[in-house]
Design a protein. Structure first.
Length: 648
């Protein structure tokens, strides 16, 4: 039964050994993908040693088994049918096609994340499909990715061809029985055993108390949270998050009184000062990690880490700047709700979550009630990332995309209108608006494929990564925008807020932590110098709305999950969601909360690399209560559609 024999250049043996062999081949291929993922992104994981990488590879096997069982469930079922017709040529060809196609897709997703990880700093999850469906203009981008990262396609072809050859190397043969009925009966116990083993593999263990593994289980094999992405594989992350609800009721605190005493997102203005009618201009810069802003990184001495934002640096010196500001998400689609509506990106991007139809506050909607004209500007094709749909829900009265810009000659061919001409268009359109107005502009040029207009090719420093020259181009575009705006009548009566949508890989080691993966610039500028200084306290994108409304003396209560940064008594924090766990920054500490349990505490000042887990050694009860209160308020209010203050 177990003797191999050579038959037309193939080995033939017992069917169950063949199934085991093919599954083992897949395990090897997934480990190869994991090794490639690490090798192509080594700079992102500076604390990984040879020994720790072996531990990561060992932990990855658990995730690979689970993912491969899910992916190959139908194949295994058809393979194990206890009937001899399955050994016919047509049936075996059908099985091979099913095996190769299904597993090629899984391998492809793993390989895609070798590159895509650099942009979102995590493994791809199921929300990617929702975001892609939301985006009307990604076909050209996909083609450009294939062109720029051709080697990923080449690796995929090599792996798929190899998988096909190894698959066909061994053929199954049945047990020998005189009557077919005996073969069918003998197969039932084997099917039962394989089903039991599959359940154990999916769950990640055999104990009764073992829960099905999730993405957060990768933390058991790493020294730092960001390394969990190496342990995981992309098909597992997609399947584990498929159909996942973003907002699940929490009950950490039984009474609303206790919950609200610890934390409440309801902002009640305490000022009776007359409302300011300043214009508000919010500028969101694509991929502007704090790492690129020289004035916020005086500790960096390498010439490659020079500032790529000379104009922004000069403006920072004349502004109220927050040196410890962070994004609330990792994608552009996360940033717009965070910046304009004080809604953080937790579990899923708000715009693709099951509660995207909730009534919400936004700075545009609230100020429109105070007589402001409001508009959102984004030079991409209309419909890109669903910004036009969200901004309409959020209360922006007008949306200006590529259609409204009206000049296809300035389209970069991938993302939208080059920043320089679009920022000029932005300034001129505000000249036509009635004051007071609120506008938001989202830049596009500092993005893959890392191109600048032809007239600027070779004129900007390349730096560590190709994106650096694009950052420099957008900074120049911003400078020319301010040069034009200073000549316009509305400029002196305008509050400017400048921030980024998210971070990207900067190739600077100190920015490869779960904290600094979110580090962005944030500043508030007034031409009269009334807002000026350096604030080293914590700040985040969701703080922008309540801070601006406080500055304007907005008179009515509203819901916002951020803090008023102008209130010196505010209890500041930063919140993110990474690898199925909440990350909170409170004071000097970093907290990770997963499955309703605190899993890690780090002192980010004394231990900036986040290498020493202080869980169990420090007493931070109030901070832990604050975290749970924030999560409960956010989840329950979203689930119950209580994101606005009911008007009486």
């Amino acid at each position: 039964m177990f003797k191999f024999r050579f038959n037309t250049k193939k080995y033939e043996t017992n069917e169950y050994l063949v199934l085991l062999y093919r599954f083992a081949v897949l395990m090897v291929f997934y480990s190869i993908c994991r090794i490639l993922f690490y090798l192509f992104n080594t700079a992102s994981f500076p604390k990984v040693t040879f020994t720790s990488f072996l531990t990561i590879l060992k932990g990855g096997l658990m995730f690979d088994v689970s993912a491969l069982i899910y992916l190959n469930a139908v194949y295994m079922l058809l393979f194990l049918l206890p009937f001899q017709f399955k050994f016919s040529n047509w049936y075996q060809k059908l099985l091979k096609w099913l095996f190769i196609i299904g597993n090629s897709v899984g391998i492809a997703f793993n390989l895609i994340d070798i590159v895509y990880y650099r942009y979102i700093l995590k493994r791809t999850t199921a929300s990617m499909f929702d975001v892609a469906a939301f985006d009307a203009g990604n076909t050209n981008l996909i083609l450009r990715f294939v062109y720029d990262f051709w080697y990923i396609l080449l690796i995929l072809i090599i792996l798929v061809v190899s998988l096909s050859a190894l698959y066909s190397l061994v053929k199954p043969k049945p047990f020998r029985f005189r009557k077919p009925i005996f073969y069918s009966l003998s197969g039932i116990p084997f099917i039962f055993v394989i089903v039991v083993l599959s359940v154990i593999g999916v769950r990640g263990g055999y104990r009764h108390s073992t829960r099905p593994i999730n993405m957060n289980n990768a933390g058991a094999f790493v020294n730092a949270p960001e390394e969990m992405a190496i342990v995981q594989n992309t098909p597992f992350c997609i399947m584990r998050t498929w159909g996942k609800k973003a907002f699940v009721h929490k009950s950490y605190f039984a009474s609303e009184e206790e919950l609200s005493r610890i934390y409440s997102p309801v902002h009640v203005p305490d000022s009776i000062a007359p409302a300011r009618k300043d214009n508000v201009v919010i500028i969101i810069l694509e991929s502007f990690s704090r790492a690129f802003v020289g004035s916020l990184n005086p500790q960096l001495k390498n010439p490659l880490d020079r500032s790529y934002t000379p104009f922004l640096d000069s403006l920072i010196n004349e502004s109220l700047v927050f040196t410890n500001a962070f994004a609330n998400g990792r994608k552009s689609i996360d940033a717009i709700p965070s910046v304009t509506a004080s809604i953080p990106a937790l579990v899923l991007p708000y715009v693709v979550s099951e509660r995207s139809g909730n009534a919400i506050n936004s700075i545009a909607g609230l100020l429109a009630e105070q007589g402001y004209q409001t508009a959102f500007f984004h030079g991409a094709p209309n419909g890109s990332m669903g910004f036009d749909a969200f901004t309409k829900i959020a209360g922006f009265q007008k949306y200006y995309g590529l259609n409204e810009y009206g000049n296809e000659a300035d389209f970069d061919g991938i993302w939208g209108v080059w920043d320089e001409p679009y920022f000029q268009f932005f300034a001129k359109e505000m000249n036509t608006m009635q004051e007071p107005f609120l506008t938001t502009v989202f830049s596009v040029s500092s993005h893959h494929p890392y191109e600048v207009p032809a007239k600027y090719k070779g004129k900007f420093p390349e730096g560590r990564i190709p994106l650096n020259k694009c950052i420099r181009y957008t900074d120049l575009s911003l400078q020319k925008f301010f040069d034009a705006a200073r000549k316009m009548p509305w400029f002196k009566n305008t509050l400017f807020v400048i921030t980024a949508d998210h971070t990207v890989d900067s190739d600077i080691p100190e920015y490869y932590t779960s904290v600094n993966h979110f580090a962005i610039p944030m500043l508030f500028y007034k031409a009269d110098g009334s807002l000026k200084g350096v604030d080293n306290g914590l700040a985040q994108q969701i703080d922008i709305m309540p801070t601006v409304l406080s500055y304007l003396n907005y008179p009515n209560p509203y819901v916002a999950f951020g803090n008023n940064l102008l209130d010196p008594s505010g209890n500041r924090f930063v919140m993110n969601y990474i690898e199925e766990s909440y990350q909170f920054l409170i004071g000097d500490y970093v907290f990770h909360l997963a499955d309703d349990k605190l899993t890690a505490i780090y002192n980010r000042k004394e231990d900036p690399s986040l290498s020493k887990n202080l869980l169990g050694t420090v007493d931070l009860i109030q901070e832990q209560q604050l975290q749970k209160a924030i999560v409960q308020q956010f989840n329950n209010r979203m689930a119950e559609n209580r994101m606005v203050i009911e008007k009486k």
